[in-house]
Design a protein. Structure first.
Length: 532
């Protein structure tokens, strides 16, 4: 049975997907919430938010993501970072998944990845769970209802959590699988209820397709000055560095919080919503994101709540520290209506340095920007993971290695070319520790970080006096109005200067050891930046 709005020329049956139960096409938010509640998929919370848990998986399963190794992609995939699946394994996986789906109800959402129509792709999402349909309806871009009459999908994603893969038969690692077949324009997801796999599968897809068009896909947030999209800033950063928090500036217009492209027309959001972490979320620090947690249709994922009042506990991470909320972008009052911006005027690379070595802000040359972009550094701190007793470096190339199907240098070269073409200024911003490493020093004051960012974005730092950092060679401002000068020189914040020197030497060597893998693939100027 067909329910909802569908192009009669493009039903699932036309794709060879037959024998299903009820198929719900392009249901809107109220219907999806209603069905999800009736099916027992979650609970209606305060203000109409939808409260869910995702079972065994409360985060992505990057080791279970596979790319089908066909002739067309064999020479372009970064195989050291992307597990291969044979075409025969994929064919068996697809056949077995379709057999498993027969007689079951499914939810179809026909959506768009990319706010710029010149570079967007149409994606058909087929989900077993109604709330997954609601989630991806928030996170991708929603065509006008009239546009659905002529919608034709470029790629199809099928997400079936109840299906368990067979590693031997399907040429995969475990019963959980994310399999991308670029030739057949199919992505299959099985064995996990974690909703983030839906959106990141599309991001990975765009990360493969767009570089061929000269477009830089970016794992970043972005904003622009009010009434001036030309004054655009992008914020690269791994989890915990402040990417969402720092881009959500009430004095600027939010383009998006996670995934963007940079084309010859400017910056554009891939998504139509946000997927924000909620651990320790407070009304005082982030009022707009906090307010979404009681808006109708917002998905609250893996949060503890009071069974009588449904009040959310933002500090209880007993299910996971990766608890989140998903909501449409227009739930944020200063969000861009078009999700488009100009060419980035400023590029900010965020890091949380738990070693206490890096300055709170530094200006990068284009070669240094490529070095730090390819490095993708942040740090884990003691206590965040079992067995971690001192700060540990994390290097995730391009600030998003799990979503990069091509070699890192492809993205690094694209970034450098666009910086050179459009004259963007690049900054490294440390939101981590000062005055000592984690456990000894203190977290960088958020007020100082915001002041420094404002000075970078409004042009104040263009007129500052700089010193050359002895460890990494980048430029550090000697003084910035509103920021203690001591804070700008991390060595001066340490009581034991010799201990700082040892820690700095240790971190520099960590960077060098990690970057050795890229040395055969980069130009001389970047190599010079790498070896100081």
């Amino acid at each position: 049975m067909t329910i909802g709005r569908v192009n009669p020329k493009f039903r699932l049956e036309d794709q060879g997907i037959e024998g299903l139960g009820q198929v719900h096409y392009n249901l809107m938010e109220p219907a999806l919430v209603e069905i999800a509640i009736k099916r027992g998929e979650g609970t209606l919370g305060r203000g109409g938010a939808f409260l869910v848990t995702t079972g065994k998986f409360t985060g992505r399963s990057p080791k279970d993501k596979h790319v089908v190794r066909t002739d067309s992609v064999a020479d372009s995939i970064w195989w050291e970072n992307n597990a291969a699946m044979s075409p025969e394994g994929f064919d068996a996986l697809y056949a077995d998944m379709l057999a498993h789906m027969k007689g079951r109800d499914y939810f179809v959402q026909d959506l768009v990845g990319g706010a710029d129509p010149a570079h967007s792709i149409n994606v058909r999402m087929v989900t077993e769970l109604a709330w997954h349909g609601l989630f991806i309806r928030h996170l991708l871009r929603r065509p006008d209802r009239s546009e659905l009459n002529d919608f034709t999908a470029d790629f199809t994603v099928i997400n079936c959590p109840s299906f368990q893969a067979d590693p031997k038969r399907h040429d995969c690692r475990s019963e959980t699988v994310i399999a991308m077949n670029f030739d057949r324009k199919l992505i299959l997801i099985g064995g996990t209820e974690y909703a983030g796999e839906n959106k990141k599968s599309v991001f990975t897809l765009l990360n493969y397709l767009l570089p061929e068009k000269g477009i830089m896909p970016m794992h970043c947030s972005a904003n622009h000055a009010p009434g001036n999209p030309v004054d655009t800033a992008v914020f690269f950063g791994l989890s915990g560095t402040g990417k969402t928090t720092l881009s959500a500036d009430p004095e600027r217009v939010l383009i998006g919080d996670d995934e963007h492209g940079w084309s010859d027309r400017g910056t554009f959001n891939f998504e139509g919503g946000c997927y924000a972490k909620t651990i320790s979320l407070s009304e005082e620090a982030e009022p707009e994101i906090y307010a979404t947690t009681t808006r109708f249709g917002t998905i609250i994922e893996n949060m503890i709540f009071d069974p009588e009042t449904f009040e959310l506990d933002f500090e209880d991470d007993s299910l996971t520290a990766n608890m989140r909320c998903a909501y449409p972008l227009d739930y944020i009052s200063n969000a861009s209506a078009t999700a488009l911006g100009g060419h980035p005027k400023n590029i900010i690379m965020l890091t949380c340095d738990a070693f206490g070595v890096l300055p709170p802000i530094a200006r990068l040359t284009p070669a240094q920007a490529m070095y730090h972009f390819l490095s993708g550094f942040t740090a884990k701190v003691a206590g965040t993971e079992r067995g971690v007793t001192e700060p540990q470096p994390t290097f995730s190339t391009c600030f998003g290695a799990p979503f990069m199907p091509r070699r890192p240098e492809v993205y690094g070269n694209l970034l450098r070319e666009k910086i050179a073409q459009h004259g963007a200024t690049c900054w490294l911003v440390n939101t981590g520790w000062t005055g000592g490493a984690y456990g000894v020093g203190n977290r960088m004051p958020i007020k100082a970080t915001r002041t420094l960012l404002t000075a970078a974005l409004d042009g104040t730092l263009a007129h500052a006096e700089y010193r050359k950092d002895a460890n990494f060679g980048f430029e550090v401002p000697k003084s910035v109005p509103g920021v203690p000068e001591l804070l700008l020189d991390p060595r001066r914040t340490w009581d034991d200067k010799a201990a700082y020197d040892r820690q700095a030497a240790k971190l520099v060597q960590m960077f060098a050891d990690n970057f050795a893998q890229y040395l055969p693939h980069i130009d001389d100027d970047v190599r010079a930046a790498a070896i100081g």
